[in-house]
Design a protein around this ligand. Structure first.
Ligand code: ATP
Length: 236
C-alpha cells in the first residue's frame, strides 16, 4: 500500500515550548488513521504542524512531496484538507457561501458539481443553504465544516476532534458518514480525538499520543481491545 502521508521525526511547538517530540507515523492511500490523546497531549498541534500553521522540523511527505517549508495554502492546493478544532466556519456567511469558500480554488465549472456532491453527502445542509452558519446547531455546524473541506476535494482530510460538543447520536452519524465518504471516494482521513469509542469504530489504524510522544500503535480493533486504551479512553 502506498503512503499518502509519511511523517518522520516531527518536532513542533510554540516558541520555546516543544510540544511534539520526534514523532513518526504514516497514512496509506484510502486509510482512516486516528490519533488518540488526552487534553494537552499535542493532538491539535500535530494537525496544525501538518497543515502548516505552526513551525515544525522533521520530514513530512504528502504523496511523495515534502510539505515542511511550504505555506498552508500551498499544502491545501496539493490536496491536504483541514477541518480545524472549533469548526472554523464563517458564522455571518450562509451555508452555501461557506461551501463556496471551500471551493474557492476550484475551476468555476467544477464548483457546481462539488457543491451538489457536498449537499448529497449532507442532505440536511441543502435545506439550510440560505441560513447563516452562526444560526446552525452544533451538529449542523460540524457537518458544514466537514462539507466545506470536502468541496475542495482533498486527498487527505485532517480532522480535529470532530465529535467535540456533539451528542453521541450525532457523533455516530457524522462518523458513519465519514466512513462512507472514505469508502466511496478513497479519501484518506487523519483524525485526532479524545472520543476513542467513536473514532475506533471507523479507524483502520490508530496511535496514542501522550505528552507529545506516540506511545502505542495498532489496528483499530487492537487498540479497542488494549487494556490501557480501555482504561484511559474508553472508561472500561
Ligand atoms: P485538547 O484535546 O485539549 O485540544 P491537544 O491534544 O489538542 O489538547 P494541543 O492543543 O496540541 O493539545 O496542545 C498541546 C500543548 O501545547 C498544551 O500544553 C498547550 O497548552 C500548548 N499550546 C497549544 N497552543 C499553544 C499556543 N498557541 N501557544 C503556546 N502553547 C500552546
Amino acid at each position: 500500500m502506498s503512503a499518502v502521508l509519511e511523517v518522520e521525526g516531527l518536532t513542533a511547538g510554540y516558541g520555546s515550548l516543544t510540544v511534539l517530540r520526534d514523532i513518526g507515523f504514516r497514512v496509506d492511500e484510502g486509510e482512516i488513521v486516528v490519533i488518540l490523546g488526552a487534553n494537552g497531549a499535542g493532538k491539535t498541534t500535530t494537525l496544525r504542524a501538518l497543515a502548516g500553521l505552526v513551525p515544525a522540523r522533521g520530514r513530512v511527505e504528502f504523496q511523495g512531496t515534502p510539505l515542511l517549508g511550504r505555506k498552508a495554502d500551498a499544502r491545501a492546493r496539493l490536496g491536504l484538507g483541514h477541518v480545524p478544532e472549533g469548526r472554523g466556519t464563517f458564522t455571518d456567511l450562509t451555508v452555501e457561501e461557506n461551501l463556496r469558500m471551500g471551493g474557492i480554488r476550484l475551476p468555476r465549472h467544477e464548483l457546481a458539481s462539488a457543491l451538489d456532491h457536498a449537499y448529497g453527502v449532507f442532505p440536511q445542509l441543502a435545506a439550510l443553504r440560505d441560513r447563516a452558519a452562526g444560526r446552525l446547531s452544533g451538529g449542523e455546524q460540524q457537518m458544514l465544516s466537514v462539507a466545506r473541506a470536502l468541496v475542495a476535494r482533498p486527498r487527505l482530510l485532517l480532522l480535529d476532534e470532530p465529535s467535540m460538543g456533539l451528542a453521541p447520536q450525532i457523533t455516530a452519524e457524522l462518523f458513519a458518514e465519514l466512513r462512507r465518504i472514505n469508502e466511496r471516494t478513497g479519501m484518506a482521513l487523519l483524525l485526532v480525538e479524545q472520543n476513542a469509542a467513536a473514532a475506533l469504530t471507523i479507524a483502520h489504524r490508530g496511535h496514542v499520543l501522550e505528552s507529545g510522544d506516540l506511545v502505542l500503535s495498532g489496528s483499530g480493533t487492537e487498540l479497542m481491545g488494549d487494556p490501557s486504551v480501555r482504561r484511559a479512553y474508553l472508561g472500561i
